[in-house]
Design a protein around this ligand. Structure first.
Ligand code: LRH
Ligand code: MN
Length: 388
């Protein structure tokens, strides 16, 4: 039997961090489509992020990306967030948009370039001190495009050297989150291509180095929930970058392309005891809304994670374990599918009402007047995008 009070408590405690860059213009190499009302600076990005929390009650922090969110006073930006009822979460470094990084950043053969990259990472640590951010998230575009272009092992040595230099400067309450990605923008080797490489570097660094699982960063057909189960068992899962994809790193809304996969992932999170905020696993969205309205897309994404999590919490664990122990293959699978096939939307709507929220956040946002307000106000200036 499932304890509905525990399910409600767990769902009410679920927190999802939204990325500042999801509110800015984004696209592909073919086109970046501008949208009316898009923020022009980090202050407006945070104002939009606060709308996601206002209507879902479950998105109280915003990830920053440096220098996309560079400001003259990070303390003031953090105060702006607090005034809007949210906080600054993870700080993302950016070592993939400077001409010096054409052949890599921390893994580059040239010590001058590696030094420049390290300086950026140290700058991000200073920003974290100013915003009170707990985590530094590192994704490296570093890699090669052709066999022989550089020495695979030398690049690992350079990467390890840079990571340990940053790790040594972490504050006591700070963590280093290392994100892996199979390919793109490099197309032959990527220096942190998979969970095993990220995990190995984290073990080498120390207990406050954890792995980030971006759900769009795997080869097609990869069993991501296995990776989640393994990293949770090893206490090395630090965070998720949630999104979904049909082909590559499409960065579509989480749960849109494969809601069953998201359910299976959240079941391993529940089974691993990693749902509670104190578990140390940060649930973040990392998405680009290239054609769809951005704030509603972020609200929809939070709802998708809530729905997958509610289904995962409804799995009858004792019945599942009994069937598993009995070798009852179909019985065990049926227990999981029963939960997955449960319509949890009425449950979530009731929980929102209990929190004084509108049961339908999408509809509530649509009639809030905010969409029209930002289109009317945000005239002139340069819309934010993937450039500083
Ligand atoms: C790389 C990535 C990383 C971010 C970027 C916006 O693909 O997933 O997490 O820096 O997207
Ligand atoms: Mn990511």
């Amino acid at each position: 039997m499932v304890d509905s009070t525990a399910v409600a408590a767990a769902l009410n405690a679920l927190r999802i961090e939204v990325p500042s860059w999801a509110f800015a213009n984004s696209g592909t190499r073919f086109k970046v489509f501008a949208q009316p009302g898009v923020p022009r600076d980090p202050y407006e990005k945070i104002a939009d992020a606060a709308q996601v929390h206002r209507f879902t009650g479950a998105a109280p922090t915003v990830s920053l990306h440096i220098p996309w969110d560079a400001v003259s006073d990070y303390g003031d930006l953090a105060k702006h967030a607090t005034d809007l009822g949210v906080g600054i979460g993870v700080v993302n470094a950016n070592l993939f948009q400077d001409d010096d990084y054409r052949l890599g950043s921390v893994a580059h053969a040239d010590p001058r370039v590696r030094g420049k990259a390290l300086d950026h990472l140290y700058e991000c640590l200073d920003i974290m001190a100013a915003t009170g951010s707990p985590d530094l998230k590192l994704w490296f575009a570093d890699g090669t495009n052709y066999p022989g272009q550089d020495d695979i092992r030398d690049r690992q040595d350079r990467l390890a050297e840079a990571l340990s230099a940053v790790y040594a400067r972490l504050g006591d309450a700070q963590r280093l989150l290392l994100e892996y990605k199979l390919f793109e923008p490099a197309f032959y080797t990527t220096d942190v291509p998979d969970w095993g490489t990220a995990y190995a570097h984290c073990l080498e660094l120390g207990p406050r180095a954890k792995v980030v699982v971006d759900t769009g960063h795997h080869a097609p057909g990869t069993n991501i929930e296995f990776i989640v189960a393994f990293l949770l068992r090893a206490e090395r899962l630090g965070a998720f970058d949630f999104n979904s994809r049909f082909y590559a790193d499409d960065d579509l809304m989480v749960g849109a392309a494969d809601p069953f996969q998201l359910f299976r992932i959240m079941y391993e999170v529940v089974r691993g005891g990693a749902l509670a905020p104190e578990s140390g696993v940060t649930f973040m969205l990392d998405q680009c809304h290239n054609i769809e309205p951005k704030i509603p897309a972020q609200i929809r994404s939070v709802l998708n994670v809530q729905e997958a999590t509610a289904k995962a919490l409804l799995v009858d664990r004792p019945a599942l374990s009994a069937a598993q122990r009995a070798g009852d293959v179909l019985g065990a699978n049926a227990v999981l599918m029963d939960a997955y096939n449960t319509d949890v939307r009425p449950l979530l709507a009731r929980l929102r009402e209990d929190q004084g929220l509108d049961p339908d956040p999408m509809a509530a946002y649509a009639r809030s007047g905010y969409p029209e307000k930002i289109v009317a106000e945000r005239v002139g200036g340069r819309q934010a995008g993937w450039e500083a």
